[in-house]
Write a protein that binds this ligand. Structure first.
Ligand code: 9MR
Length: 446
């Protein structure tokens, strides 16, 4: 509480001095949880003090150590582990009720010098790798929600990357790493993670086929992480469909390293575009049931890898260097805003026989949305107690059972704005008399 008050006071002070972008609701972690996903961030462990720590704790429901769990960080000397930096991030997360995405057990970068400088047979390398997975996943057993077990296994064309692991061990190293991770921590969700697989294309096709092969071999792959290091204005149109096709394989999906870089300087117009980009990635995740959450790769521009790796580019995160929320913050908050289902629309219906002849008739019904919210689907029911039979209907899906008639919307006239109406008609037969319907009612809903 105190932490929140201090953060609120800091934000207020910032508002008075520097007019930060208005933060539309929040904290983001609560908005996300209410929508059934987590919103996480990568952090730099030794920055977890002061305002940086406050924002990390207040706004994010999941932390990914940006570098602290990589092999070079945890085993700088062969056989001698240093868990201190990783421990610190995990302890911080636990103290603030946050999940941890473990990143990463097997990757071709940020390997210890003793490993890259050594000469290993395939068997030796395989054993080193599985021992490492066993040691690290075992150390954090039960405390890591998701592990990026293998990071960036693919080349740009979707084939196996010829990394030290791929080139020496072939694809089987992936299965071995996952099996070792499962044995060491049976409850963590185990992910394959890669970049440039957000759109449907050669690389994501390669990932798709790889996941399929691994699942067919019984390899315990629980999820696929889509890093999403994106360029301003280039959120792939196929992102949602791509996430969905992986989910349909029976794995979870997650956005794991989201940032949206731009050339500097970042103008108001660019930041507005960035806001839309962040929002659309979050919306894509929300739209796919098996999307577990979205992690941003650093939350402040002062803690982003972009300027170092792409000279002249930056401003890729949702807070500026002084920890003021940028429009991207509002974009995420807006996408995560609670969905308030519209109040059920209210409808009225009229029915009139428009033509009648010996044994037959035509009737017309008009349904109107008399409420203040859109009507999302409708059904009209009535009784025709004199034995009339409906023989044909248009602009509605109509069934009759005995004396009871049910007429429902079709896809094209399902939604009616307040005040809007839909008409449908029917032909029927009658004998004796053709009295008007009784119990004529309409109800809203699909
Ligand atoms: O954010 C990380 C940065 O601090 C490191 O210098 C860099 C070194 O490779 O790795 C960055 O994180 C990477 C992540 O581990 C895997 N996907 C790409 C990320 C950005 O390079």
């Amino acid at each position: 509480m105190l932490r929140r008050l201090i953060a609120a006071a800091a934000l207020l002070a910032a508002a008075l001095t520097a007019a930060p972008a208005a933060a539309a609701g929040g904290p983001l972690r609560d908005l996300a949880e209410a929508r059934g996903i987590y919103l996480g961030t990568a952090v730099t462990g030794d920055r977890l003090t002061g305002g940086y720590a406050d924002v990390a704790a207040d706004q994010f429901g999941s932390l990914t150590p940006g570098n602290e769990m990589k092999w070079d960080a945890v085993e700088p000397t062969r056989g001698s582990h240093d868990w201190s930096r990783a421990d610190r991030v995990v302890a911080f997360a636990e103290a603030h009720g946050q999940r941890v995405r473990g990143h990463t057990l097997v990757w071709h970068n940020q390997l210890p010098g003793w490993l890259t400088g050594g000469t290993w047979t395939a068997d030796q390398l395989r054993t080193l790798m599985t021992d490492h997975v066993t040691a690290e996943a075992g150390r954090y057993k039960g405390r890591v929600d998701h592990w990026d077990v293998v990071n960036e296994p693919l080349a740009e064309d979707g084939t196996l990357r010829r990394s030290v692991f791929g080139a020496t061990l072939g694809e089987s190293y992936i299965a071995d790493a996952f099996r070792a991770a499962r044995a060491a921590d049976p409850t963590a969700k185990l992910y394959l993670n890669d970049y440039s697989i957000e759109a449907v294309g050669a690389k994501s096709d390669g990932m798709y086929d790889l996941v399929k092969r691994l699942l067919a071999q019984g390899v315990p792959v629980d999820g696929v992480g889509f890093q999403a290091h994106l360029i301003l204005g280039q959120v792939p149109a196929s992102l949602e469909a791509n996430l969905r096709r992986f989910a349909d394989l029976g794995v979870d999906v997650a956005i794991t390293e989201l940032d949206v870089r731009t050339t500097l300087p970042a103008t108001a117009e660019k930041l507005d575009r960035q806001k839309a980009d962040y929002a659309s990635v979050v919306r894509a995740c929300l739209a796919v049931t098996r999307c577990a959450g979205v992690t941003v790769w650093g939350f402040t521009d002062s803690d982003s890898w972009i300027p170092d790796f792409f000279p002249g580019q930056g401003a890729a995160t949702l807070y500026d260097e002084d920890l003021y929320p940028k429009p991207a913050y509002d974009g995420i908050a807006g996408a995560l805003a609670p969905v308030t289902p519209p109040a059920p629309g209210v409808c009225s219906v009229t029915y009139a026989v428009t033509q009648q002849w010996a044994g037959g008739y035509t009737a017309q019904a008009t349904l109107r949305n008399t409420g203040t919210a859109p009507l999302d689907g409708w059904t009209v029911r009535w009784s025709q107690p004199a034995g009339q039979r409906v023989t044909q209907a248009w602009n509605t899906a109509l069934t009759q059972s005995g004396t009871e008639v049910t007429a429902s919307h079709l896809p094209y006239n399902a939604t009616l704005p307040p005040g809007g109406s839909a008409a449908f008609g029917l032909n029927g037969t009658w004998s004796g008399t053709n009295p008007p319907p009784t119990s004529l009612i309409c109800t809203s809903g699909t």
